[in-house]
Unconditional design. Structure first.
Length: 147
């Protein structure tokens, strides 16, 4: 997978995508590697290339969101103002990811605000989708407790 194929950046100006590709760090992570922990300062955005990553929201109630599709965004919190991770991210299997430094990405978007806004909207869709899935999981668990 190359950066131009990632849905988050698809359709952006080639020059801007090229700048983003230049700041991507390609990394391989072993099973069990913690990418970041809940409530840490969010300094990087990750894009899954291969493997799977669990977003651990609450270990005590086994609330885990699995990401396994290439191109999935991990660490969207790095793109919002408070910049605190809302979950822990742990590699479920050996995985390959792009890591993008928040500050470097923000510098590109400050030069190209239209593209920054487009990416932020796409991240909003990622957040909305995960929030909807979390609500559905809560509903299922509530029904299981009643039954």
């Amino acid at each position: 997978m190359i950066v131009q194929e990632i849905n988050l950046f698809k359709g952006l100006d080639f020059g801007v995508v090229k700048q983003i590709a230049e700041i991507c760090i390609d990394g391989a992570f072993i099973k069990g590697k913690v990418l970041f922990r809940i409530n840490e300062r969010a300094d990087s955005l990750y894009i899954l290339r291969k493997g799977s990553v669990n977003l651990v929201i609450d270990e005590s109630i086994d609330m885990i969101y699995k990401l396994s599709q290439p191109g999935e965004v991990i660490g969207w919190s790095s793109m919002v103002e408070n910049g605190i991770y809302t979950a822990s991210a742990v590699c479920d299997v050996d995985s390959e990811l792009f890591r993008i430094d928040k500050e470097k990405l923000n510098r590109i978007f400050n030069k190209h605000p239209d593209f920054g806004l487009a990416v932020l909207r796409r991240i909003g869709n990622v957040f909305a989708s995960r929030l909807t899935n979390a609500y559905q999981e809560i509903q299922v668990r509530s029904r299981e407790k009643v039954a």
